[in-house]
Design a protein around this ligand. Structure first.
Ligand code: FAD
Ligand code: NAI
Length: 471
């Protein structure tokens, strides 16, 4: 069978790209090695983690804020198997939805491991035991990523776990050490801390979510500390051991660095390793197509997302850039349109980044650290949610909006939000920045009252001659 396009991997990059190819009239096949479509995001990533974040947030609010709202509850308890069951139902509905979309768009779906035979031929070792070989004029690699770890923290999937296992625990652990206070650590740490687990973060850097604007990390730490979590920043894990009943994590303290480390040990039911993810290309037999990975395991692509073999493209977590579902989706669409002869465009600087804790963290554009480093003249405007009527009504007063604007032109350079519904508010900032709005442009647009989005307008007013109204 010969296709216009073969896509290997059915994550957000793969399935979105496949649908766009089909819409453009290209005969398309998609290959997925797991029995369900949707990749990391739908099966063990974005969707299940958000389902548990929502459930745990309901529990936390019932336990801690309902009384103040005037709602009394007796015998509140977590039913963990039910929480996990609901999460799985959400995942199943979503992955089935993707399978339906493949059918609807007449995309041939193959379940099995895809590997290159040559630059136009892919062999599928099917999950049902069979084998099939298909040919493609164009091939897109969207094989995603998998969790990273270090030799000092070997994953055994029992007590030393990754995000995948942390999404299926059938009991609320008493304690959990989380190595890495990045996005997964912050989100899954929030889930378990809200359910009553004593969570301890061990982080190599000096703050949570260290790659985001520093203000965000500081504010997020305050919020997660309120859930009872503790933090070991600038600490280095040297050993993680499953002793059967518990896990023992040996950690070098910052004071110990230099001449002879000073060590502490942390004991817990589980150790979640969330120190980043690495690109996944195992079993693809890239060499047969004349391809290689770089020193970090990524597939190198040019600005058209073409590999060194021009009719083979790659996208999503397996290439450079942010490991985000919506970045992979944009790239899937971009490649489909490029193959169809169109001239698409992705504005990488304006891909938003969201952490689904509560308060949520969301950002787009430059961080303050980046504008300083690049010597761009800038000004800032901030506005705290506690000064907003809507936030006081819902008791979501933690956090702020911080706007960075060009000092001379007033163009918005970056927006960093920690607060209620930050994930949704950031869309306004993306639209504004795509149209190169100034802070004054936003401050002159009517924002419905009372809404959380008023904090963005107020932060823009603050950036425009420090004239926030409600501060
Ligand atoms: P993937 O989704 O990883 O899909 C790749 C697919 O390729 C997989 O299904 C894999 O089985 C398949 N595959 C691999 N090799 C082969 C082969 N040889 N043959 C056939 N199939 C193969 N991002 C967000 O934007 N928002 C979030 O809220 C978010 N939450 C996350 C939470 C967690 C816990 C994790 C782990 C990740 C989260 N992410 C989130 C990141 C997001 O999941 C990834 O960025 C996204 O899934 C990448 O999409 P992709 O298409 O590149 O690859
Ligand atoms: P991450 O890169 O966000 O965080 C990893 C953290 O681990 C960093 O803070 C880093 O300093 C720390 N670290 C690294 N090595 C360490 C060590 N040896 N000891 C202690 N700390 C160490 O990676 P994470 O959280 O694993 O997530 C992987 C990817 O998945 C992210 O890049 C993100 O793009 C994606 N993701 C996105 C989500 C979202 O968009 N909401 C949610 C979850 C994951």
């Amino acid at each position: 069978m010969e296709y216009d396009v073969i896509i290997i991997g059915s994550g957000p990059g793969g399935y979105t790209g496949a649908i766009r190819c089909a819409q453009l009239g290209l005969k398309t096949a998609i290959i997925e090695k797991y029995p369900t479509l949707g990749g990391t995001c739908l099966n063990v990533g974005c969707i299940p983690s958000k389902a548990l974040l929502d459930s745990s947030e309901h529990f936390y609010n019932a336990a801690h804020t309902f009384a103040e709202h005037g709602i009394k509850l007796d015998h509140l308890a977590v039913d963990m198997p039910q929480m996990i069951h609901r999460k799985q139902e959400v995942v199943d509905q979503t992955t089935k939805g993707v399978a339906f979309l493949m059918k609807k768009n007449k995309i041939d779906t193959f379940y099995g491991v895809g590997s290159f035979v040559d630059a136009h031929t892919v062999k599928i070792a099917k999950n049902d035991g069979g084998e099939e070989t298909i040919k493609g004029k164009n091939i897109i690699i969207g094989t995603g990523s998998k969790p990273m770890s270090f030799p000092s923290m070997p994953i055994d999937k029992k007590r030393v776990i990754t995000s995948t296992e942390a999404l299926t625990l059938e009991q609320v652990p008493k304690s959990m050490v989380i190595i890495g206070a990045g996005v997964i650590g912050a989100e899954l740490g929030s889930v378990y801390a809200r359910l009553g687990t004593k969570v301890s973060f061990v982080e190599f850097a000096d703050s949570m979510i260290p790659t985001m604007d520093k203000t965000m990390g500081k504010e997020l730490q305050k919020a997660i500390k309120k859930l009872g979590a503790s933090f070991y920043f600038n600490h280095k894990v040297t050993k993680v051991e499953n002793t059967g009943d518990e896990v023992v994590v040996s950690v070098d303290t910052p004071d110990g660095r230099g001449d002879g480390p000073e060590q502490i040990t942390l004991n817990a039911d589980y150790c979640l390793v969330s120190v980043g993810r690495k690109p996944y290309t195992d079993g693809l037999n890239l060499e047969a197509a004349g391809l290689q990975t770089d020193s970090r395991g990524k597939i190198d692509v040019d600005s058209y997302l073409r590999t060194s073999v021009p009719h083979i493209y790659a996208m999503g977590d397996v290439i450079r850039g942010a490991m985000l579902a919506h970045k992979a989706e944009e790239e899937g669409t971009f490649i489909a349109e490029t193959i169809a002869g169109q001239k698409p465009h992705i504005h990488y600087r304006l891909i938003p980044n969201v952490v689904y804790t509560w308060p949520e963290v969301a950002a787009v554009g430059y961080t303050e650290e980046e504008v300083k480093q690049e010597g761009i003249p800038y000004k800032t405007g901030s506005f705290p949610f506690k000064a907003l009527g809507r936030a006081r009504a819902s008791m979501d007063i933690d956090g702020l909006v911080k706007v960075l604007a060009h000092k001379e032109t007033d163009e918005i350079l970056g927006v960093h939000i920690i607060g209620p519904r930050a994930a949704d508010i950031i869309a306004e900032a993306v639209v504004a920045m795509e149209f190169r709005a100034s802070a004054e442009d936003i401050s002159r647009m009517s924002h419905a009252h009372p809404t959380y989005t008023e904090a963005f307008k107020e932060a823009c007013l603050a950036a425009t001659d420090n004239r926030a109204i409600n501060m």
